[in-house]
Design a protein around this ligand. Structure first.
Ligand code: 5GP
Ligand code: MN
Length: 339
């Protein structure tokens, strides 16, 4: 963020404002963690703040401090629309194009507020008065820490803010193991622990509340795992029938794609999940090294994300999506073939 922008934003935040914080559709730990951190921080500064998320999110994120104040757009459209239209400042966190906000896209386009964009994805749109974007930072949550630092606000860091930021960093770095986890990340996390973030409690709250059904769905997913050795590729499929048979709940297959990526010699992994409700196939891609799944998802599956983690969708049947996916791999023969 430029010095001049920091100064301007500081001035804007020096008087009480109506502020709305929004994040992307199907919010993950980074999206919810970042939103709650900014929410708690700004509320402590005396602002009138609301968090609005496009749709439901998994149970394993609902233990977070002040989670009960999050407004789900899908369920409370009238109230959410009014808040967005009346806001003076709108923070958009963990995404950088209105299209990623699902059904909220239209109302965000109508809003007259000044936008603050804080995000670590590639190719940001140009809608914000204040843009803080950096693709080298592991998580939006870490950027929220730096944002508070830019605002000279670190003295208000408390257990709740530390906990929500920690959760965002932990979930987006695969518990501090992805390449994007830097020495700065660890310094930030150390400071969060010093301010009350309980690392074991947070980890257990997110990862150790698995239902038996989720574990059995993992069994199905691992059974469906396929390897294409010549392209160092692994993929998993889950049909609607398989989801139903295991009483699928939102978030149940999150992280499954990492099992595909963990297979020896695999550099590209994918999971394809059938959604009858949305009438499409939801896809997550992961890669190791220089193969960009951001480009792959953008080019072939109406998606995007990061170089090593991205998502997309397909309107074909599950079977046809897999055939299409395999047919597209041929075009990346050189990148995917080397050992
Ligand atoms: P996941 O596979 O965990 O849903 O998403 C991985 C990454 O890709 C996340 O950073 C997410 O924001 C991004 N992503 C997922 N789906 C889409 C999509 O449809 N479009 C774009 N631009 N990014 C996506
Ligand atoms: Mn993120």
């Amino acid at each position: 963020m430029k010095k001049k922008e920091i100064q301007q934003l500081k001035t804007e935040l020096s008087s009480k404002k109506k502020i709305v914080i929004v994040t992307h559709k199907n919010p993950d730990g980074d999206a919810i963690g970042s939103s709650l951190a900014v929410y708690i921080y700004l509320k402590k500064q005396g602002h009138n703040v609301q968090v609005i998320v496009p749709n439901e999110y998994p149970e394993f994120l609902k233990w977070m401090p002040q989670n009960e104040f999050i407004i789900i757009y899908e369920k409370h459209k009238t109230k959410a629309k009014k808040l967005i239209l009346e806001a003076e400042l709108i923070f958009t966190l963990d995404f950088n194009a209105f299209s990623r906000a699902g059904d909220m896209q239209e109302i965000l386009e109508k809003a007259t507020a000044n936008f603050v964009l804080i995000d670590h994805h590639q190719q940001p749109d140009n809608y914000a008065k204040y843009t803080y974007t950096d693709v080298t930072i592991c998580s939006t949550a870490q950027m929220v820490y730096h944002f508070i630092e830019f605002m000279d606000g670190l003295d208000v860091l408390d257990k709740e803010i530390a906990t929500t930021i920690y959760t965002g960093i932990m979930t987006d770095t695969g518990s501090f193991r992805f390449r994007s986890t830097s020495s700065t990340t660890h310094r930030v996390v150390a400071d969060l622990i010093d301010h009350g973030a309980d690392n074991a409690f947070i980890h257990e709250s997110v990862f150790d509340n698995n239902s038996l059904e989720k574990m059995q769905l993992l069994g199905v997913a691992l059974n469906n795992l396929k390897i294409i050795p010549e392209y160092h590729t692994a993929y998993i499929t889950l049909s609607q029938k398989e989801l139903d048979a295991n009483h699928f709940k939102k978030g149940d297959y999150e992280g499954f794609v990492n099992y595909a990526l963990s297979v020896e010699n695999v550099i590209l992994a994918a999971i394809f999940v059938e959604s009858k409700e949305d009438d499409l196939i939801k896809i997550s891609f992961r890669s190791k090294g220089s193969f960009s799944v951001n480009k792959f998802a953008r080019n072939h599956f109406e998606g995007g994300g990061h170089d090593n983690a991205s998502g997309g969708k397909s309107n074909r049947s599950l079977e046809d999506t897999i055939s299409y996916f395999i047919s597209k791999l041929h075009g990346y023969k050189i990148e995917l073939s080397h050992d």
